[in-house]
Design a protein around this ligand. Structure first.
Ligand SMILES: O=C(O)CCCC[C@@H]1SC[C@@H]2NC(=O)N[C@@H]21
Length: 196
């Protein structure tokens, strides 16, 4: 009887608010993880640093799934946008989102969604393939969004220059980091599944 009532209450409160308090707390914790990971960054003369943020975003999506993953990433982006120094090299503010690096940052909201998708196809090998393919696709989408904004705002680099540079300086490292995030994230997700 008691369990029935608690289930009903749970369903009622879910209908009223999209996220439970526990989910909000988890999203906040993972937004903090993104803030920390963002500080591992090498500033570059181009204005776009070399970072491991792609690893962090992929990890968040894989561990939390698309729904909580998008929430955590959007919380991170919004906190940075309002001025908390949580983007790379302790920068923050809406101006960063509108700068050379901004496209990469808001692109993470799309990337994390793709990383958090878990299609169930009925075929185990196909599921495994998607588990790797979707995060890699997310990374490529982020590199494209980021590269386009960079090229649009850059006074001295063409689209061709930006993408040629990205393919050499970012893409191989970021695809490697994405695959690493899948390999680390899946067992972590299983281990903390009961908490979430
Ligand atoms: O300032 C920030 O916080 C955002 C920096 C974005 C850097 C992007 S992420 C994808 C690509 N790979 C890198 O190593 N750097 C760029």
């Amino acid at each position: 009887m008691k369990a029935d009532q608690s289930l009903k209450n749970n369903i009622k409160s879910r209908a009223r608010q999209p996220f439970t308090t526990k989910e909000l707390a988890i999203a906040g914790m993972f937004a903090a993880v993104l803030a920390v990971i963002s500080q591992i960054a090498i500033p570059m003369p181009t204005g776009v640093p070399i970072t491991i943020q792609i690893f962090g975003v992929a990890l968040v999506g894989i561990i939390l799934g698309w729904r909580l993953g998008v929430l955590a990433t959007v919380v991170y982006i919004l906190l940075g946008a309002v001025g908390l120094p949580i983007f790379s090299n302790f920068r923050g503010g809406i101006n960063i989102l509108l700068s050379l690096t901004g496209g990469y940052i808001w692109g993470w909201a799309i990337m994390v969604f793709l990383c958090g998708l878990r299609p169930k196809t009925g075929s185990k090998p196909l599921n495994t393939l998607f588990m790797f393919l979707l995060p890699v696709l997310g990374t490529i989408v982020d590199e494209i969004i980021g590269g386009l904004q960079w090229a649009a705002l850059s006074g001295d680099m063409s689209i061709y220059g930006v993408f040629t540079y990205s393919i050499v300086a970012f893409v191989p490292k970021d695809i490697f980091l994405t695959i690493l995030a899948v390999i680390i994230g899946i067992p972590v997700r299983k281990a903390i599944h009961k908490l979430i």
